[in-house]
Design a protein around this ligand. Structure first.
Ligand code: UDP
Ligand code: MG
Length: 151
């Protein structure tokens, strides 16, 4: 089934100039890019994006990370891909959440790091399932910013 997925290239990757490397890996998949932009992330947007994780011990730190405050970065790159099993394809190449556990061939395995404080700086976000993807895409993009109208 064709589906959409939101990807965010996170501030650690922006700071380290890994946007091109990450995009090259995503471009090699059988998915189409249907939306892309640079976005300045404030706390309200980050907290809404990660609303399901409110209350977790790492929540505040993760919000500051996504806002770029920990890397001196002013934006993230937000992307929407569309394709057959796009979520599975992208999460497979992204690798495990914890970069220490991510396979070396994955994006997080290659470029992610676990800080000494336990924060997972893992290069990119990818929606976890179709309902989250729909919610997240509506949060980050207006319909007219996408190349196709999503179902
Ligand atoms: N995270 C973290 N420590 C944890 C779990 C998550 O720092 O123990 C951060 C990490 O950056 C992760 C984000 O919180 O990407 C969202 O967590 P989620 O479980 O949704 O992982 P993902 O879907 O990004 O693999
Ligand atoms: Mg998630």
């Amino acid at each position: 089934m064709e589906q959409a997925v939101l990807v965010l290239i996170k501030p650690d990757a922006i700071q380290r100039k890994l946007t091109g490397a990450v995009l090259a890996r995503l471009e090699s998949l059988d998915v189409k890019l249907i939306g892309a932009k640079a976005v300045r992330v404030d706390h309200a947007l980050a907290e809404e994006h990660y609303t399901r994780l409110r209350g977790k011990p790492f929540f505040d730190d993760m919000i500051r990370y996504l806002c770029g405050e920990l890397h001196g970065v002013e934006f993230v790159v937000a992307l929407v891909f569309w394709g057959e099993e796009a979520i599975r394809q992208i999460r497979h190449v992204a690798g495990a959440t914890n970069p220490e556990a991510a396979a070396p061939g994955t994006i997080r395995g290659a470029y992610g790091c676990l800080t000494s404080g336990g924060r997972m700086e893992n290069v990119l976000h990818a929606s976890s399932d179709e309902s989250e993807a729909k919610r997240e895409i509506a949060l980050w993009f207006r319909p007219e910013e996408l190349l196709i109208q999503l179902p």
